[in-house]
Write a protein that binds this ligand. Structure first.
Ligand code: SF4
Length: 337
């Protein structure tokens, strides 16, 4: 029997979505869901210095840069929407948990912005359980004024849209990898073309870091200017990457880190180098990046950390040195027969 849900959010018409954290993983689902039940969605703008400074002012020092930036995006939505959407994603099982920031962000935002903006949320205890996820979204839809049937249909459409978007990203990645493979074959049959073939670099970072212009935009642009083809680990098919990660560790608890590591294991033979990017001070990355540096063999790795003070200043020189080494390696390396 369905429990009746009190429609206490029917006066929320415009929903603000911070362009940060899980928006980069579930944004298509969220936007489609809200629009399908008749709501309007507004996003915060791209991250810039103003957003970062506003986020820092509303955060404690110890939180990671990605969380501070999230707070800055909430600030920029104040006055532009009826409520800001901050969902709470907990975990799936011991090997598929989310970072605790995704669990605590709803309470953090509610308490920090108590008098400034309304917050709407939902709790997904187990993102891997389709029924549980659906129930959480359907309940929120009903609270926003949709009928059970409308909310259920909206969720199914939203889930399909998100899956389509994820599949498209994975297909795009496969196309780039195929192109890289063709270059590799050309170089093998004609080594004089070695210099012209771009280096293939896997960028390993949470999607809200790698696709955020403020955090990783300069790094990605520099890699491209240095003649590299960039592949993103977070675009690899999530289910396949998760499965591959089990060969690396049976106990690692964070799902996104697992997917990134699984992607490395799946793609490493096709790469010239790997660039890890993390936001200071990230708990999960501090453990997994260290494990990657020690355990992934056969492909050079550059480990970059971004913090609120320095941003990407100083990173350029390290990138140039890394790419120099990869190019030299391709020409035969330091050790020759
Ligand atoms: S995984 Fe790291 S960067 Fe992401 S929210 Fe958690 S602590 Fe911050």
């Amino acid at each position: 029997m369905k429990t009746s849900v009190y429609a206490d959010l029917t006066d929320v018409h415009v929903i603000g979505i911070p362009r940060a954290l899980l928006q980069y993983r579930y944004g298509v689902l969220w936007q489609t869901f809200f629009e399908q039940i008749g709501k309007s969605v507004v996003y915060s703008g791209e991250t810039d210095k103003g957003v970062v400074d506003a986020g820092i002012a509303r955060s404690v020092d110890e939180t990671c840069l990605a969380s501070k930036i999230f707070m800055g995006h909430v600030v920029s939505l104040i006055g532009r929407c009826d409520a800001v959407f901050v969902p709470c994603y907990a975990s799936c099982d011991m090997r598929r948990g989310f970072c605790t920031k995704f669990q605590s962000m709803t309470d953090l935002v509610r308490n920090t912005f108590r008098t400034e903006t309304r917050v709407i949320s939902l709790l997904v205890e187990n993102a891997g359980d389709a029924k549980e996820s659906q129930a959480a979204y359907v309940e929120l839809g009903q609270r926003l004024g949709a009928s059970h049937k409308e909310a259920k249909r909206a969720y199914k459409d939203a889930l399909r849209a998100q899956r389509n978007a994820d599949e498209q990203r994975a297909r795009n990645q496969e196309e780039v990898l195929k192109l890289m493979e063709e270059f590799r074959r050309v170089v093998e049959s004609d080594p004089s073309k070695n210099e012209q073939a771009p280096l293939s670099i896997l960028v390993v970072a949470h999607p809200y870091i790698v696709f955020d212009q403020y955090m990783a935009g300069d790094i990605i642009r520099s890699l491209r200017q240095l003649g590299c083809t960039v592949v993103y680990a977070c675009d690899t098919d999530h289910a396949k990457a998760y499965k591959a990660s089990l060969d690396f560790s049976s106990t690692m608890p964070w799902i996104i880190n697992r997917e990134l590591i699984g992607s490395i294991l799946m793609l490493k033979d096709q790469l010239d180098g790997i660039v890890l990017i993390s936001a200071f001070p990230c708990g999960p990355d501090s453990m997994t990046d260290d494990a990657i540096m020690r355990c992934i063999q056969g492909v050079p790795i550059l480990n970059l950390m971004i913090d609120a003070q320095t941003g990407t200043a100083g990173v350029q020189t390290r990138l140039e040195s890394f790419i120099d080494i990869l190019q030299f390696q391709r020409r035969g390396g330091y050790i020759r027969d």
